[in-house]
Design a protein. Structure first.
Length: 224
């Protein structure tokens, strides 16, 4: 199983942080639709349309906890929003979630349903162990969709890193282009995160259930 860990300094600064790590091997993302994932997305959109459900916003304690964390490491969460906050706002405004590919759509559905930031990395592009740590300002980051752009996170910003650079900025705000998950990814590391001490067993099991029919193996473990 891929080594992913919280740096002790980050764990000490954010003791309520919890992370579920799902490692999916033999993912079949290019062999056709994933019906359960499509149904999960359609259900969210239908409930939003009929008013029976609405994505959590910054007034929800689960999102507010992330805003507090962002401010603690020097990021304005209303300018640079936690991933689930941005995704929920997009859904509320447009009435639909983007369709990227089945693996990404699966974690997006779980993320919005449970107000839990989620992300994924193509393990074929990950270089060594993954660590969640404070940036020192020397790291390099190329944003998703901008392969010719290089950014340098500010010192103290929380980032996911491997030996080759930064995988996400502002903890979970934006992913790197290098480790993006496409329909061709076969081994994928998924993460679900909470900042309020809540357990992640329910969303983790929901994501595992979406991945399992289209993967050879899905393993789950928890950090925090």
């Amino acid at each position: 199983m891929t080594d992913l860990h919280l740096h002790p300094a980050v764990a000490a600064a954010f003791p309520a942080a919890r992370i579920a790590v799902l490692t999916a091997r033999g993912v079949r993302g290019a062999t056709g639709p994933w019906p359960a994932t499509e149904a999960a997305l359609a259900c969210l959109e239908a409930e939003l349309a009929d008013g029976s459900w609405h994505p959590a916003d910054e007034h929800d304690p689960r999102i507010a906890a992330w805003h507090t964390a962002y401010r603690a490491f020097g990021t304005n969460p209303r300018r640079v929003r936690p991933s689930v906050d941005a995704l929920g706002r997009r859904l509320a405004k447009q009435g639909a979630l983007p369709r990227i590919n089945p693996a990404v759509d699966s974690y997006n559905a779980v993320s919005v349903r449970h107000a839990t930031p989620a992300g994924a990395f193509d393990l074929a592009a990950v270089d060594g162990p993954v660590e969640i740590r404070f940036a020192d300002g020397t790291e390099r980051f190329t944003p998703l969709g901008e392969p010719d752009t290089v950014e340098h996170p500010k010192p103290g910003e929380v980032v996911y890193t491997d030996a080759a650079g930064v995988l996400t900025r502002h903890w979970n705000h934006r992913d790197a282009h290098r480790t993006r998950v496409t329909e061709r990814a076969t081994d994928v590391l998924f993460v679900l995160e909470t900042m309020d001490g809540a357990e992640l067993a329910e969303p983790a099991e929901e994501l595992r259930a979406l991945l399992a029919p289209h993967s050879e193996e899905v393993a789950v473990r928890y950090l925090g």
